[in-house]
Each structure stands twice: as C-alpha cells, then as structure tokens.
Design a protein around this ligand. Structure first.
Ligand SMILES: *[C@@H]1O[C@H](CO)[C@@H](O)[C@H](O)[C@H]1NC(C)=O
Ligand SMILES: *[C@@H]1O[C@H](CO)[C@@H](O)[C@H](O)[C@H]1NC(C)=O
Ligand SMILES: *[C@@H]1O[C@H](CO)[C@@H](O)[C@H](O)[C@H]1NC(C)=O
Ligand SMILES: *[C@@H]1O[C@H](CO)[C@@H](O)[C@H](O)[C@H]1NC(C)=O
Length: 473
C-alpha cells in the first residue's frame, strides 16, 4: 500500500491486492469535482515521506512551506531513482581470477564473513545501508549483459518489479545441473537457513557466470526440495526488468568459509531431510546383527555407464561377491546410479555401510549414508599423474559429510597418452577412460575394509548413529 502511493509504475511479484486503490479512485473523482482542490491531490501523492502526516490533507493549504518541501522531496526522490547505476553481473576485469576475492559476480560488493559460516551477502542490511538488490536483464548466455544495482525501497528504479519475500540468489562458477556442483551451490543456503530460524525462500534465482538459468538438475532439485520445499525458480517473466528483491541472500563462493563441524551438522540435516522426503526410515532396514551376533555389513557397488565405468563389470562384481560371501554378515548390492530415482539413491545409501564406486558425481550420494560409513574409490589410468588435486574431491566430500574415505585404486594398465609432457592434453586423454581391475588388490582391499567396519560395528551400540535432533529445521 505504501508502495502504491509513491512509486509510479511499480509492479509487484507475485500479484498482491491493492486495498486502497478503490478508495483512492473514489477520492480522486470527488476531488476532481471540487476543481479548486485538485492541487491537494498532488500534495498527497508526494507526501510519502510522512507516513504519519496529518490525515486532514487540507492542513497543507495553511502551510505554504510544506508545498515547496514536498516538491523538493519529490524532485530528490526522482533524482535518486534516476541515479541508480546498474553494473554488469559478470565483471570480466576479473576473468583471470573469477573465484578470488569478491569473485567476478557482483564484484563491487563485499561478502559478509561470519565464523564457520559460508560467505554471503544479504539485502537489505546494514552493510547495504538498507538498500535492496535489483537485477536488470535476463540473458541466459552472457552474464555481462545482466546487471545489478542497490536501491532504497522507497526510491526503486523506474518501472521496477518488486519481488516479494525472501529470494535465494545462487551464482556458481560450475553448474546447478551436475550432482556434485549443484550440491556445492545449494549447501551454503542450508547453512544460512540453519543460522536464521530455518527460514525458507519464496523463490530461487539461479545464475552461472551471471547468466540466468531456469532449472537445477533433477537430483539437485530433489535435494533442494527435500530441504526447502517446492520453491519456484524465478524466470523473470515480466520482461527485462528491473526486478528488485524485497529480501535476498546471495551465495557466490560455494561452501568456502564453512567450518568442519558446521558442514557435518548441515549434512546431518540434509541426510535427515532427504530420508524424510523419501519416507526412508533408517530404523526399518532390519537387524544390525545376525542371529550369531555378527554385525550385518552392507557393501554397495555403485556403477556407472560410459565414461569411467569398469571395463569388465562382471569380473569386478565377481571379485566383490566372492569376498562378501566369504565374510560372515556381508550383504552385497550392485546398482547402476543412472537407473535410480533420487529416492532410490537415498534408500540405497541409507542401507549401505561401504560404498565402492568409480570416481564420479554419483559418489556425492555418499552423504545419505549414516555418518562414519566407508567409501572405496576407483580411478582410470593416468588420473594419479595428471588429474591434480581435483581428483581428491570425494575424499573431501567424505570428510565434509562425516564418512571414512578408505582410499582409492588407480588403474595402471592401458594406452599411454601420446605427449606425456603436455599435462592438460594428457589429462583429457585419460579423463573419461574406463577402469580395469586387479583381482589381488581388490580382494585384499575389500577384506581389509570389511574387517575394519566389523570391528567398528561391534564397538558401536546399536542405532547409536541415529541422531533424532538432526532434522530440527
Ligand atoms: C570492501 O572491502 C574492501 C577491503 O576490506 C574495502 O576497501 C571496501 O571499501 C569495501 N567495499 C564495500 C562496498 O564495502
Ligand atoms: C544494524 O545497525 C543497527 C544500528 O546501528 C544495530 O542496532 C543493529 O544491530 C545492526 N544489525 C546488524 C544485523 O548488524
Ligand atoms: C595387483 O595388485 C597386487 C597387490 O597389491 C600387486 O602386487 C600387483 O603388482 C598388481 N598387479 C598389477 C598388474 O598392477
Ligand atoms: C545431534 O545433532 C545436533 C544438531 O545437529 C547436534 O548438536 C548434537 O551434538 C548431535 N548429537 C549427537 C549425539 O551426535
């Protein structure tokens, strides 16, 4: 209502009622009849800075200084609105270091640092001096064509659309489609929400290099939905803007800044929310001990097709089946990640103590295992030498989510890359090759991990790992 009286051309998303429009119109026709009083209307229209101004508008008539004051205020407000400067969302001056400092996304604005929390920006806030965040442009291919600005709520840029409620603005250097990258982009919002009374957004705004994106990958979307509900992704259907967000949290650094303990609590929450959304009851998975008092150990081979799949899947299955059969209490499952729905993946991981899987995004599912579960990882030839630090990403994921990474196996057999001194070229050569096997190694490794898990399970009081307060948000 306040907006209605002083911001001409302001559109509101989603549609809101204008309870005063009717009365205003009636008043207007009444005043038009009383022609000499028409000027009063002008005063009223410009009286927005006096929310508590006298209800009797005629008082202005007796105070000539009010007229010039409110005109001045109106002039200043117009100037303020017209002086709002939109800057490109993607600042190519930082294209050599797009992830450093403020990043190349909204580069002029500093993030807020809080101990153990992801870095974020919140609008309106003290550091934005009470200004809200506005976007203009909705290009999906070039982030330099989309722009941002800050504006005071009572002097929004001309013809702005007010986007009501709380908006989660997620910009990632990677993508919201891929499981691993999407989960990196979404997690900091979970952390923020936990710290802020479990607030949920009214909408998502998704960006990649400042380009507007309209969806997350299905797995990522399901995870976000389990946590925050069925929240729409903003598609800026009202044209090119500007759009101003009533409240906005911006994340552009993924999980950077999050402390180890905080990450563990965030993933406890996500695990719990995902199981809840999928109606997976961790207590419903059967006895943890067999009748002889031997712990049940569930070993899952999570397979891939195509890039980084096993060259001979049947042989690999055979090796693990043989070892599992030899090991009392061991139950083997072999599943294809891309055959499974999100909830099937959550269910499979809830029922897994040891996840054995080739290097790849499907391993992100480890987060749905109980804390303290084990991960075994397989790499194609060439990765150890050429893949750099990035190959340890699932070691880090295991640490972040409270799992135990039991190491990797790097294939050594296969074609050599043609120019070993060309690092990048060589990595590209090996990147998506398929993975062989070593029966002796796999057998000994499986036995060692199974033994360790058995010892841990024997020490553990049954169901100790289920933390009922983890789902509190
Ligand atoms: C951002 O931080 C830098 C360095 O701390 C400071 O010089 C600059 O004024 C800050 N900018 C804003 C917009 O707060
Ligand atoms: C913002 O500033 C006001 C006034 O200085 C202060 O009372 C308030 O605590 C600040 N809010 C935050 C979140 O820092
Ligand atoms: C297979 O693994 C065993 C045990 O670690 C090792 O001794 C052997 O050299 C490996 N074979 C090949 C071909 O790498
Ligand atoms: C259970 O979870 C809560 C919140 O995540 C945490 O504070 C608490 O320490 C956890 N308790 C146990 C026994 O792990």
């Amino acid at each position: 209502m306040e907006m209605e009286t002083h911001s001409t051309g302001l559109k509101i998303l989603p549609r809101t009622k204008y309870p005063c429009r009717f009365t205003l119109t009636k008043l207007l026709s009444f005043l038009l009849i009383l022609l000499p009083l028409v000027i009063i209307l002008h005063f009223q229209a410009s009286s927005f800075t006096y929310p508590t101004s006298p209800s009797w508008p005629f008082s202005y008539l007796y105070n000539p200084t009010h007229s010039s004051q409110s005109e001045q205020i109106e002039t200043l407000t117009t100037k303020l609105k017209d002086s709002i400067t939109f800057l490109p969302l993607k600042d190519i001056r930082y294209s050599k270091f797009p992830l450093e400092g403020n990043t190349w996304f909204m580069s002029s604005l500093n993030s807020t640092f809080e101990e153990n929390e992801p870095r974020y920006l919140f609008f309106p806030s003290n550091s934005s001096k009470g200004r809200v965040l506005c976007f203009k442009g909705r290009n999906s291919r070039d982030g330099t064509k989309n722009t941002y600005a800050l504006a005071w709520p009572d002097a929004l840029p001309p013809s702005a659309t007010l986007v009501e409620g709380l908006t989660f603005v997620s910009n990632t250097y990677f993508t919201h489609e891929n499981i691993l990258h999407g989960y990196n982009a979404i997690t900091p919002f979970v952390s923020w929400s936990m710290k802020n009374q479990c607030l949920k957004p009214s909408r998502w705004v998704l960006l990649h290099w400042g380009e507007v994106k309209t969806k997350m990958g299905s797995w990522v979307w399901n995870l976000a939905k389990a946590m925050f509900g069925d929240v729409a992704v903003e598609i800026f259907a009202n044209g090119d803007g500007p759009y101003c967000f009533e409240k906005a949290v911006v994340m552009r650094h993924d999980m950077e800044g999050m402390g180890e303990q905080k990450k563990l609590r965030v993933f406890d929450l996500l695990r719990c929310k995902a199981r809840e959304a999928c109606s997976v009851d961790p207590m419903g998975r059967g006895k943890e001990m067999n009748e002889k008092g031997t712990p049940i150990i569930r070993l899952t081979l999570l397979m891939r097709r195509g890039a980084r799949s096993f060259k001979n899947e049947e042989v690999v299955k055979g090796i693990f089946r043989k070892e599992c059969e030899r090991f009392e209490g061991c139950v083997l499952s072999v599943i294809q990640s891309d055959d499974l729905s999100f909830c099937d993946q959550v269910r499979a991981m809830t029922n897994t103590d040891i996840l054995a899987s080739p290097h790849g995004a499907q391993q992100t599912n480890m987060l749905f295992m109980d804390r303290g579960s084990s991960v075994m990882e397989f790499f194609p030839k060439g990765w150890l030498e050429h893949a750099g630090e990035g190959q340890y990403v699932y070691h880090w994921t295991a640490t972040d989510t409270g799992m135990k990474h039991q190491g990797g196996w790097w294939d050594t057999v296969g074609e050599e890359c043609p120019n070993p001194e060309q690092e990048l070229e060589c990595f590209t050569f090996y990147k998506n090759s398929r993975i062989g096997h070593n029966e002796t190694y796999f057998t000994e490794w499986a036995r060692k991990v199974l033994n360790e898990v058995r010892v841990t399970k024997l020490k553990q009081a049954p169901k100790e790992h289920v933390n009922s307060s983890a789902c509190e948000c």
